[in-house]
Design a protein around this ligand. Structure first.
Ligand SMILES: C[S@@+](CC[C@H](N)C(=O)[O-])C[C@H]1O[C@@H](n2cnc3c(N)ncnc32)[C@H](O)[C@@H]1O
Length: 300
């Protein structure tokens, strides 16, 4: 199924390319959940889902546990500019977690490009999107009910990515890592999703963690920008594939440009659509060397 949320860096475009290439697994981990595109596509029977954005995780928890109540509140919210700004104000001071979840979905569907951005006081401050008033439907009841069922197989956590994968130690575990992307502009760094920046230190923490997990035999797939900084961090023991695609994050369609995406995985991936170029395939030949660098028995 499709996710019911829109998210910056959402991976809807990637699904047709990778959905038949995911290895068999028992437990699915997604530490950078966002709109959970791959989770909803795979509908795993057992999953641990997490994100550092509390409002996002609360939204999924309420859809899973109190879906009918969320739908009831959403049905009262009109597709209207004044209503949008009233809901935005209420969202920022609401204490009731079910109401907050419904407001979150409404704002996500009505705001500019589905962006989640907060000011220095932690208040959501994204303006209403272009052309959203013309839309007849803000949400899809059946889709939310289905999502509620799919989420019943998942544990949901609001935490840092290292915490999420602490117990991923088996070969039957599959982890999809989709961190905030490094931008092409090296001088000002990284994309901001919440009030906290994903820094180059976080990127290093992530690559060290990916190496440790791979040494344990856990299956991993990671997506990021094909940036020299990132490419250098995943040398040796991973398969790497570059995909060329149009960037969808810019608001002005005339400024959208081509973008090189990187897939790093512990298993080989092939693309037959002629649009993806496979880069330097370097998988587990160097595995032994890395295995001696990291002690697979040690706790992360
Ligand atoms: C590229 S988005 C994920 C998009 C997702 N795959 C999708 O299809 O919508 C990255 C996510 O990582 C979250 N994030 C940022 N820093 C994090 C951290 N240190 N630990 C966990 N999640 C983090 C952000 O809140 C954001 O939702």
């Amino acid at each position: 199924m499709n996710s019911f949320l829109k998210w910056a860096g959402g991976k809807k475009w990637l699904i047709p390319k990778i959905k038949n290439q995911i290895p068999k697994f028992k437990t699915y981990y997604e530490p950078f959940l966002g709109s959970g595109t791959l989770f909803f596509e795979l509908e795993p029977k057992s999953a641990l889902l997490a994100d550092s954005n509390f409002e996002l995780i609360n939204c999924y928890r309420q859809v899973r546990n109190n879906c009918l109540l969320v739908i009831k509140i959403l049905k009262r919210l009109k597709n209207d500019k004044n209503v949008y700004y009233r809901v935005r104000e209420k969202f920022n001071c609401e204490k009731d977690l079910v109401k907050k979840s419904a407001y979150f979905i409404y704002l996500n569907k009505m705001c500019w490009n589905g962006l989640y951005r907060v000011n220095s006081r932690g208040e959501f401050n994204v303006p209403i999107g272009k052309n959203v008033i013309q839309r007849n439907k803000i949400f899809d009841t059946d889709q939310l009910l289905k999502a509620s069922q799919v989420l019943k197989n998942a544990e949901l956590k609001c935490c840092d990515f290292e915490e999420t994968v602490k117990h991923a130690t088996r070969r039957s575990d599959f982890i999809y890592l989709d961190p905030p992307y490094v931008t092409t502009n090296l001088t000002n760094g990284f994309i901001k999703y919440n009030s906290v920046l994903f820094s180059s230190t976080d990127e290093l923490r992530l690559s060290a963690l990916a190496h440790k997990l791979a040494c344990r035999g856990v299956k991993i797939m990671l997506s990021n920008a094909a940036h020299p900084l990132i490419m250098r961090q995943y040398k040796g023991m991973f398969y790497k594939t570059i995909i060329d695609r149009a960037s969808l994050i810019a608001g002005d369609p005339t400024k959208r440009s081509r973008f090189a995406e990187l897939l790093v995985s512990t298993f080989p991936m092939t693309f037959n659509d002629g649009k993806a170029a496979s880069l330097k395939i370097t998988a587990p030949p160097n595995f032994k060397k890395y295995k001696s660098d990291f002690n697979p028995k040690c706790k992360i």
